[in-house]
Ligand binder design. Structure first.
Ligand code: KIV
Length: 268
C-alpha cells in the first residue's frame, strides 16, 4: 500500500495496523490482510529485553524493517524512527530516515512528533519519504511526560489538535494518536483530512493500531486500552515443556526422526 492509498482511506472502512518485528510474523499479518505493518520501536521492550524504547538503535530498526519488508507483499511497511535518530540534526535525521527506504525497503517512516518535527516532516515528504506523525503519548518522551494519558485538559488537547493540523499541512500522510481521551480522538479525526490511527484513542479514529505481542497474547501483560485475542505465550510454554519432557523421557527423537547409513556399520 502506498501513502496516497492510506490518505484516501480517511472516513472509509477502518484501517488496520499492527506492529511486527520479524519475517514470519509479518508474513502472517500480510496474509490476513492487515493494511499497515509498523516496525515499532516497541521492539525494545517487547523483543530486545530493554526497559524502554530509548536504547533502540537505528541499526536495530533497520534490520527488523528489512526482515519485515522481505516477508510482506501487500501491506504498507513503516519504520518507526528510534529515539535521537531525529530531532537533533536535520541532515542526520534525513539520512537515517532515507536509509529505511533505501536499505531496509520500508514504504514510510513514523516520527514521534511535536513542535520539532513539523519542518522535518515537510522536508522528508518533499524529498519523497512519506511520514506518519504520532501525537498524544509518545513513549520516547517518557522522561519528560511520563507514560500517562495525554490531552486530558483543554490546553494540552488544543495543542494536540493544533499539532495534528500542522503535521497534516507539512505533508504527513497519517497520524497515530496514542492514549488520549476518546472525545479528543474524535475531535482530531474531525479536524484533519488524513487518517487518524488510534491506540487508546477511542472508536472514532479512522483506524486502530496495537502491538502484535499484545494481540496474540505473547507479552506478559496488556495495556488497559489493548486486548489479547490469543494466548501464544501459553501455547509456547506447552510446546517447550512438551519438548523438554519428550527429550528427558527418551521419547524424542523417535525412529522417524533418525536415519541410519549401512556403510557406517563398520566404523565401530
Ligand atoms: O512502537 C510502537 O509499537 C508504536 C505503536 C504502538 C504506535 O509506536
Amino acid at each position: 500500500m502506498r501513502a496516497q492509498e492510506i490518505r484516501d482511506a480517511a472516513g472509509e472502512e477502518p484501517l488496520t495496523m499492527l506492529t511486527a518485528y520479524d519475517a514470519p510474523t509479518a508474513a502472517v499479518l500480510d496474509e490476513v490482510g492487515v493494511d499497515v505493518i509498523l516496525v515499532g520501536d516497541s521492539i525494545g521492550n517487547l523483543r530486545l529485553g530493554y526497559d524502554s524504547t530509548l536504547p533502540v538503535t537505528v541499526d536495530e530498526i533497520a534490520s527488523a524493517t528489512a526482515a519485515v519488508a522481505r516477508a510482506t507483499e501487500d501491506a504498507m511497511v513503516i519504520a518507526d524512527m528510534p529515539f535521537l535518530s531525529f530531532g537533533a540534526d536535520e541532515d542526520e535525521a534525513i539520512q537515517h530516515c532515507g536509509r529505511m527506504l533505501k536499505e531496509a525497503n520500508a514504504d514510510a517512516v513514523k516520527l514521534e512528533s511535536g513542535q520539532h518535527t513539523v519542518e522535518l516532516t515537510r522536508r522528508l515528504t518533499q524529498i519523497g519519504i512519506p511520514v506518519q506523525a504520532h501525537l498524544g503519548l509518545t513513549p520516547q518522551s517518557e522522561n519528560e511526560t511520563g507514560l500517562f494519558r495525554q490531552g486530558t485538559d483543554e490546553d494540552s488537547a488544543r495543542e494536540i489538535v493544533d499539532l495534528a493540523e500542522r503535521h497534516e499541512e507539512a505533508g504527513a500522510f497519517s497520524l497515530v494518536l496514542e492514549h488520549v481521551p476518546a472525545n479528543l480522538g474524535a475531535a482530531v479525526t474531525e479536524a484533519i483530512d488524513i487518517p487518524t490511527i488510534g491506540i487508546g484513542a477511542g472508536p472514532d479514529c479512522d483506524g486502530q493500531v496495537l502491538t502484535v505481542d499484545e494481540v496474540i497474547g505473547l507479552s506478559e501483560g496488556v495495556a488497559p486500552f489493548s486486548k489479547a485475542f490469543g494466548n501464544v505465550r501459553e501455547e509456547m510454554r506447552e510446546a517447550v515443556a512438551g519438548y523438554r519432557d519428550a527429550v528427558e523421557s527418551g521419547e524424542f527423537p523417535a525412529e522417524e526422526h533418525s536415519h541410519y547409513e549401512d556403510d557406517l556399520d563398520d566404523v565401530y
